[in-house]
Design a protein around this ligand. Structure first.
Ligand code: DQA
Length: 147
């Protein structure tokens, strides 16, 4: 059984009630169901969320050690966390796909969201499609993205 890590950064635990006009009305458990429904046979979806930068970094280290593909929504860390960028680079340097996803399209929002410090070290970026951003990332991993 193969596994995909689906990592979610700060405030994404509040999906469903947080700015539903931007992020929709569904929560992370609905996202997990969507991904499990769309996962290739025999692929385990390991979906996690944290508000803690250190915990997210440790999960990326775990991905390197276990060679687990990663779908990551770094949330606000996207825009300024060089520590998360360095940990993400370790994943892709190890030949493991890491796809950056966003529910909204950050480029259509406030200017501080226009820059991602993660994108340059990610395998690819998918943004602006709601929960479909994650589903599309899962499809890309299934097609061998970054391998
Ligand atoms: C987000 C976009 C970020 O700018 C924001 O800080 C988030 C969510 C998205 O999924 O659209 O928390 O990553």
């Amino acid at each position: 059984m193969s596994r995909v890590l689906v990592l979610n950064g700060p405030n994404l635990g509040r999906l469903g009630s947080r700015e539903p006009d931007v992020y929709g009305a569904q929560d992370l458990s609905a996202l997990r169901v969507r991904l499990v429904e769309n996962a290739p046979e025999g692929t385990e979806i390991d979906l996690r969320q944290t508000d803690d930068e250190a915990e997210l970094i440790h999960w990326l280290h775990e991905a390197v050690d276990a060679k687990t593909p990663v779908i990551m929504n770094p949330a606000a860390f996207t825009h300024y966390s060089y520590a998360l960028r360095d940990a993400s680079k370790m994943v892709t340097d190890a030949g493991i796909p890491l796809i950056e996803v966003h529910i909204s399209n950050p480029h259509a929002r406030e200017s501080f969201r226009h820059n991602s410090v993660i994108s340059a070290v990610a395998t690819g970026v998918i943004a602006g499609f709601g929960f479909d951003s994650y589903v599309l990332a899962l499809a890309a991993i299934g097609r061998g993205a970054g391998l």
